[in-house]
Design a protein around this ligand. Sequence first.
Ligand code: SF4
Ligand code: SF4
Length: 629
Amino acid sequence: MSSSKTIRSRSIWDDAHAMLEKAKAEGISTVWDRAAEQTPACKFCELGTTCRNCIMGPCRIANRKDGKMRLGVCGADADVIVARNFGRFIAGGAAGHSDHGRDLIETLEAVAEGKAPGYTIRDVAKLRRIAAELGVADAATRPAHDVAADLVTICYNDFGSRRNALAFLARAPQVRRDLWQRLGMTPRGVDREIAEMMHRTHMGCDNDHTSLLVHAARTALADGWGGSMIGTELSDILFGTPRPRQSTVNLGVLRKDAVNILVHGHNPVVSEMILAATREPAVRQAAQDAGAADINVAGLCCTGNELLMRQGIPMAGNHLMTELAIVTGAADAIVADYQCIMPSLVQIAACYHTRFVTTSPKGRFTGATHVEVHPHNAQERCREIVMLAIDAYTRRDPARVDIPSQPVSIMSGFSNEAILEALGGTPKPLIDAVVAGQIRGFVGIVGCNNPKIRQDSANVTLTRELIRRDIMVLATGCVTTAAGKAGLLVPEAASKAGEGLAAVCRSLGVPPVLHMGSCVDNSRILQLCALLATTLGVDISDLPVGASSPEWYSEKAAAIAMYAVASGIPTHLGLPPNILGSENVTAMALHGLQDVVGAAFMVEPDPVKAADMLEAHIVARRARLGLTS
Ligand code: SF4
Ligand code: SF4
């Protein structure tokens, strides 16, 4: 393949192609180059049949004709090893989301105690509403900081071992909660389920693949209805509940005349304070003194989604654009917290004037400038970081700057509160549109990029296919940037939707693809499903809904997929998890779970076929509800 063909095969975007050409010319290797070097991958690892859980091994399971290597040294077979590995994979994802959620509890606690200068409770009404929902006494009338302190205690307790069920589980329809109870799937405590997953997968504990998968589901549910939901709700309380707002997307949001600060990672506790620091008069003056017209904060990955939802700041790119954002030569600082931040960014930043700044003790990178941010010092530290970016700007080499493309307009900010507000305070108009067949169903498209798939090809094609079929798409995570760049996050994209969906979008002035937030904000989709199911008096597994992660890569995406399925939402994955080495685990994931939780996984790399599969589920569910297809 010619070099330009190779570059075009890596991504569907012009801004990516331009930066891949530049990277090549400047001798910079990217995630795609390293993926090529790593191909072919180890077959045992791909199939999930390798185990390193003790040092009698490592062991690999093979289906050899001579019958050797069928069992690990301890006697574990392929089913047990695959299920154990998958369980730990899910636990990793649940831990990531939930530890992020814990950081929000700690921040709200510091605010309640008056120990977090610069932070405040921006949505007091939501604080009171959530506190009342979770049982805080006199939440409507007591001082906000006292209410927050009580809410903090309830949220911390959800991480512990003294509960029989997580507090937000009460949002799920009773019939679903009863099912979880019967199956032993009710999540009790976030840390408890994660720790128990690690315990069960130690040598000599849970050696039954079905039992392991049930606990994997329980661990994932602790993420979706616990850690992630706490993360979302407390972020709204602290930083404001998102409302629809306009913004822009792609590498064109970077500016030649401004100090460009790219926030990367997941936690709005850092990125919100960076944004606040850039608005301080003294800091702005320092930027002007350095010759910059402005300070431009733009987002990468999910902390970008957090700021986009609440503040309308532009998105420079998703997962596979993060290296290329530095290659523009215009990124003065990358400010990272944690998750999805490729270590390669440190090396690439070192090829330019870019300051790569880490802020979390949980996310240290050798070679980075570490400025540790905690609620008590965030204001001062974030100011310091912005000054580092201004200093870097003075060292920017204009000859190496190339900002490709023009920004594309998007509309974001569709929290459940904003959606209900647009509907007049009740989900009834939405339900009416579903009953009438104008909206045939909903699919949450979530997650990532993966260099195994041409960047955003599956994310965009699936989204287009679904809206064309009158299926509304709810986007979170890195899919957002893809849908935005494709022009699907504006009300005018109604023209690309089927007739029924287009009419609903036009009457409400909303896009056919609603951006609902970051990866933890998939909890908003769970809550919306629960609300629709409860209003209709059915289970989530009866609703015409689906989920998909066409280009997923991470443990967190697997946890999301697992909690979606366990909540009754059929879920498509564009790539299989590493479970194919066990026929029993694979059969359970693709079929068996259907009989247990009313939903299962689908694996299909072709996004058009994936749309067919999701549509078939929606049609079947509509029929069961007595609705026309
Ligand atoms: S736990 Fe069993 S299968 Fe895994 S490495 Fe040890 S001996 Fe091998
Ligand atoms: S969508 Fe995937 S790649 Fe993007 S930030 Fe979330 S987990 Fe990371």
